[in-house]
Design a protein around this ligand. Structure first.
Ligand code: ADP
Ligand code: MG
Length: 157
């Protein structure tokens, strides 16, 4: 499934539309270059879960937990683990936990990822500075269902 946005607020709105569909233990990997909108998307998910905090990329502490919303949100930015991996981080406890995990730069902890997840790729546009293509690729039945539900949400709004 693909969806195009033309400003940051619309990317947040897609995240906010996804939020009510999420369940404990869901794992979402956010793929895309620096500045593509991974953290922007996460802000929308947080808002949709009812987390009214300023969500920033946790590049220096790697993982930030938010417990104010409908479900706990575990926001991970593992950019600093390039070439290191996530072996010592206890990531599985987050992935199997009672919250939702959103992971930026998940390729750097590839060995530690669960088998099933939703991959969301954000792509910048060569011509339009504010345009992003958002590509949803489910891995596993749970996430196929989730993407179907999200597609319905986005097309009926
Ligand atoms: P990342 O976490 O992928 O490095 P950020 O979300 O931190 O990226 O930054 C994305 C930047 O791009 C923000 O400054 C945001 O305002 C801007 N932007 C412009 N248009 C969009 C869009 N359509 N979707 C998401 N972000 C956008
Ligand atoms: Mg970021």
């Amino acid at each position: 499934m693909e969806y195009t946005t033309t400003d940051a607020a619309s990317t947040q709105a897609v995240g906010a539309a996804l939020a009510p569909l999420l369940q404990a233990g869901d794992v979402i990997l956010l793929d895309g270059d620096l500045g593509a909108g991974k953290t922007t998307f996460t802000k929308g998910v947080a808002a949709g879960l009812g987390i009214h905090r300023n969500v920033k990329s946790p590049t220096f502490n790697l993982i930030k937990e938010y417990h104010q919303g409908r479900l706990p949100l575990y926001h991970m930015d593992v950019y600093r683990l390039e070439g290191v991996g996530g072996a010592d981080l206890g990531l599985q406890e987050y992935f199997n936990g009672s919250g939702v995990s959103l992971v930026e730069w998940s390729q750097f902890v590839a060995e530690d990822l669960p088998q099933d997840f939703l991959m969301i790729r954000l792509q910048k546009d060569d011509d339009d500075f504010d345009r992003r293509k958002i590509i949803f690729t489910p891995h596993g039945d749970r996430y196929a269902t989730l993407v179907d539900q999200l597609a319905q949400q986005l097309h009926t709004n």
